[in-house]
Design a protein around this ligand. Structure first.
Ligand code: ACO
Length: 424
């Protein structure tokens, strides 16, 4: 028999259904509560509210578990590739060898961006933050593919939009970078794989080839896998919410990019490096900065620390910390901020303030140090996150559309003025 929960309010009793997930998570379904009682629930920041039932990613914040479609992140990071993970997230199953080859092939053959988009990209000021450029360009892409306006169109057309997005995002991202330098853009090359192609578009010049280092390619591929999905976070929720109005996939993903940009979300990777640099320039007194983060009168927070869901450790951070050491030693890079990061982590993890609040390093605490070692400029860090997260956003959008979820429209408790008369 299915479980129910009983709510007692004002002398009345309301039976509420309980929904159970495949990992025994339980949730009280309050969808019909207002109809029977006039009550709504309130939960700013959705700290305790499930917005959907999803079959994409499982996350247990207490145990530090993260799985995409049931596969542990540790196994995927070690054995898989980013495009295979993208296929898994979007289609639900791992591809066969043949399916993967076809998938890679179709992505390779859609990496070119319409030439007219070039004028648009070049119109941004050189100092433009690449996340602003990326979000605008993704939204603008819809205007080149009007068939994408209807998200309920045939599967073939939706699949084409998905392939275009995955294929063209690295091209747009590299354009944003080239534009910030005032350099000519580099076109994609079909003989290169996904990560190689991106690195080439970022770093090659018409005057000079870029030597592709397999260590850099593998490190990038791993980072993209680690960022590929994270269930109903701020940007995924933005994608689903925008998409729920039946707005097209490009505009939904553009909203995801905008949500990711903030320093409390994906923008943390840029903020972490800026913080570590600041601490270094200030003399490297880690204790001083930990104390600042604890001071309620100081707005400073330890960037890359804390997570809404992980309250033990972030499994991605564990993998990244190890990868960081490996990659830096393989590339022969000695980054002084790595020592500061390690000292900061050690100090914070022993501190009662951080222990009591269950604040641990998150995925972005060490990722910036790797990006830097790979030669990626700081302002591009969050763009790297966006490239990694794209398959997750697409999978979340697709699930929302296929499940025919209703338009997202929260309620509120109004606390403003009661009716009053306009003077005169
Ligand atoms: N430094 C210092 N104190 C912190 C930090 C931090 N990084 N994070 C949380 N706290 C404190 C809060 O001040 C609060 O203390 P209080 O209970 O005494 O008021 C307590 O810990 C709980 O924090 P909340 O902000 O309520 O937790 P929430 O779940 O809303 O926020 C968040 C989570 C946004 C990630 C937060 O920890 C933070 O701002 N971290 C720094 C930014 C960051 O690294 N973001 C990336 C997250 S991962 C990702 O999105 C990819």
């Amino acid at each position: 028999m299915s479980k129910t929960a009983t709510l007692n309010f004002d002398g009345n009793q309301y039976e509420l259904p309980v929904v159970e997930g495949s990992e025994s998570e339980q949730a009280i379904d309050i969808a019909k509560l207002r109809g029977s009682s006039g009550l709504i629930t309130i939960d700013p920041g959705f700290k305790n509210t499930g917005s959907t039932q999803s079959a994409i990613t499982f996350l247990d914040g207490e145990k530090g578990i993260l799985r995409y479609r049931g596969y542990p992140i540790e196994q995927l990071a070690e054995k898989s590739t980013f495009l295979e993970v993208a296929y898994l997230l979007i289609k639900g199953e791992l591809p066969t060898a043949k399916e993967l080859e076809e998938y890679k092939d179709s992505i390779t053959h859609h990496t070119l961006v319409h030439e007219d988009m070039k004028q648009f990209a070049e119109a941004f000021p050189t100092k433009a933050h690449p996340m602003g450029v990326l979000s605008a360009m993704i939204s603008a892409m819809s205007t080149f593919y009007p068939e994408s306006y209807d998200p309920n169109r045939d599967t073939e057309s939706v699949d084409k939009t998905i392939i275009r997005l995955i294929a063209k995002l690295p091209t747009l991202a590299a354009w944003a970078h080239k534009n910030s330098l005032g350099h000519p853009i580099m076109y994609p090359k079909n003989k290169l794989n996904y990560c190689e192609n991106f690195l080439n578009m970022m770093f090659a010049m018409p005057t000079e080839d870029y030597e592709i280092d397999p260590v850099v390619v593998n490190a990038l591929d791993k980072l993209l896998i680690l960022h590929a999905d994270h269930e109903q976070n701020c940007s995924a929720s933005a994608v689903r919410l925008v998409g729920s109005s039946q707005s097209n996939l490009y505009s939904s993903i553009s909203a995801g990019v905008s949500a990711l940009w903030g320093p409390l979300h994906g923008g943390a990777n840029q903020a972490v490096i800026e913080m570590l640099e600041k601490i270094k320039e200030d003399g490297g007194d880690v204790e001083k900065w930990v104390n600042k983060a604890k001071d309620k009168n100081d707005t400073f927070r330890l960037m890359g620390f804390g997570h809404r869901v992980y309250k033990n450790f972030d499994p991605r951070a564990k993998i990244i910390k190890k990868a960081c050491d490996d990659i830096l030693s393989k590339l022969g890079v000695n980054d002084p901020v790595l020592d500061i990061a390690k000292k900061l982590e050690e100090t914070a993890l022993k501190d009662e303030y951080f222990v009591a609040r269950k604040l641990y390093p998150n995925v972005d605490f060490y990722s910036g140090i790797i990006y830097r070692a790979l030669g990626i400029p700081t302002e591009m860090f969050t763009v790297m996150f966006a490239i990694g997260r794209l398959p997750g956003w697409i999978a979340q959008w697709k699930e929302m559309v296929e499940n025919k979820e209703p338009i997202g429209r929260p309620r509120q408790v109004y606390v403003g003025s009661q009716e009053r008369q306009y003077p005169g």
